[in-house]
Design a protein around this ligand. Sequence first.
Ligand code: URA
Length: 201
Amino acid sequence: MSALSELCQEILVCQRCQVLAENRTIAVPGEGAEAADIMFIGEAPGWHEDQQGRPFVGPAGMFLNELITSIGLRRQQVYITNVVKCRPLGNRDPLPLEIHTCRHWLDRQIELIRPKMVVTLGRYSMAMFFPGKSISKIHGTAHRQDNIIYYAMYHPAAALHQQSLRQVIEADMLKIPALLAEAETVTEVKQGPKQLNMFEG
Ligand code: URA
């Protein structure tokens, strides 16, 4: 069994947050390619995800699938996970303590997958990698740290509630291939840290 599969097994039996563990149907560790270049990080499982043990399989997931297809990829080629691996009852927002407690799993997933790009979906995952920033200001921008590009997007569910955000999210998604390609060029020629065109000033 791969280290990532072992990690997912550990997440499935995690009891670190008593309330979440007691109320979940199944924990949702994440899924996708173990050697994915891109890792998408959402907020927390919703009802559908809690039933199936898979991330982004409800309405927001359908839109995420479309977005992934729009950049010529399939869901199986990326890795999809959440900040918090168990559904907060009633789809309430995850608590700061739950986010803190669950971060351990996310950090290990990033270590094992070593994606070239981490795409944060919504403000909870954005807050982890862009602390103190506002999503309305930084969506569609990236910064690079330890050879990983962090890229902030609105949560796909936002488009379901607010139609005007749909085009914004679609446009932000379409910037990803160029960012990845540019980052690969920088890595290949070993130019060291460099400000990339679409990156935050
Ligand atoms: N919303 C999320 O943030 N994650 C999911 O897995 C599903 C919906």
